[in-house]
Design a binder for this molecule. Structure first.
Ligand SMILES: [Fe+2]
Length: 301
């Protein structure tokens, strides 16, 4: 089977998957080893030792306390090996930079998912020690987990605290200011009690919807490969197009002079108001199709 979404989520069809995807419903499939053999047989995924032996750069290691990337540091592979034995979770970031296959897979998946060409697609590898896990959190990205070795439990719960978050958040860690600006009732102190439990074994694949709460616990030492997709939201598409359009104007390219000058800020406001008026005049002629033709670099039918 070729590199594709269906290789991961089969026997579920793409259409059935997309129903779940659009409803933010997690999807699990098991026994995909034979379809994913070119991934699971990558020499550096044979064992954590081989991964540490061949990894060309630093590793992100969770520190004592909340097991999360917000409480982590970059360490050498030598330190990572010791930290793992002491219970630290390890994350091998951007593995797609070091393995063409781990670049080609997420790219094929992005196309199958119909995500924008502006999507940040990547591969990450996680190693979690038996009995350890990751703290409850949600991510702004779309995530597919492929269990390579060991057994790991996942709990996934829908996010009733915020829809379509633009940044990740971990329980027990301060929210970023933008996230708190559109979150009405704050964040919970514990994982929601309506989470669904999944047990991943080698060859299991789990789709974790964007923004859904999740946490994990390794039942044995566990290595997983993740394909994550930070896809642009409509804000990003518009901002990209807007910048491209406004960059054509020397008036918009001008330095925003005197915006903090007591005497001259009135002059700055007058100039900016003029530019906004011009923009407002331009916007009614904008067409979604023209913008997407530019951002996606394709001719849409
Ligand atoms: Fe996550």
């Amino acid at each position: 089977m070729k590199r594709s979404l269906e290789a991961l989520i089969g026997p579920m069809s793409r259409a059935e998957f997309l129903d779940n995807y659009l409803n933010n419903t997690p999807v699990v499939t098991h026994g995909r080893l034979e379809y994913l053999s070119e991934l699971t047989e990558l020499p550096f995924l044979k064992s954590l030792d081989s991964l540490l032996d061949s990894w060309p750069t630093q590793v992100t290691a969770y520190m004592e306390g909340i097991a999360d990337e917000a409480n982590s540091k970059k360490v050498s592979t030598y330190e990572a090996r010791e930290l793992f034995q002491e219970g630290s979770g390890l994350c091998f970031d951007d593995a797609n930079n070091f393995s063409p296959l781990l670049d080609e897979w997420p790219e094929a998946m992005r196309a199958d998912l119909g995500l924008s060409a502006l999507t940040f697609s990547r591969s990450l590898i996680y190693a979690i020690k038996k009995g350890r896990g990751t703290a409850p959190h949600f991510d702004q990205n779309i995530n597919f987990v492929i269990q390579i070795s060991g057994t790991k439990k996942w709990w996934v719960a829908s996010n009733k605290h915020v829809d379509n978050p633009l940044t990740r958040h971990t329980i027990g860690i301060d929210m970023d200011p933008e996230l708190s600006s559109y979150t009405k009732d704050g964040m919970p102190e514990t994982f929601p009690d309506d989470g669904i439990e999944f047990t991943l074994r080698p060859g299991s694949v789990l789709f974790v919807p964007r923004g859904s709460w999740h946490m994990t616990e390794a039942i044995s030492d566990a290595v997983s490969l993740n394909f994550t997709f930070t896809a642009p939201c409509w804000i990003d598409i518009l901002m990209t197009a807007l910048r491209g359009r406004l960059a054509q104007s020397s008036d918009w390219r001008a330095t925003a002079d005197f915006v903090t000058d007591e005497q001259l800020h009135a002059h700055a406001i007058e100039k900016f108001d003029f530019l906004l008026k011009e923009l407002a005049h331009d916007v009614p002629g904008w067409k979604a199709k023209d913008i997407l033709s530019a951002t996606e670099m394709i001719d849409l039918p």
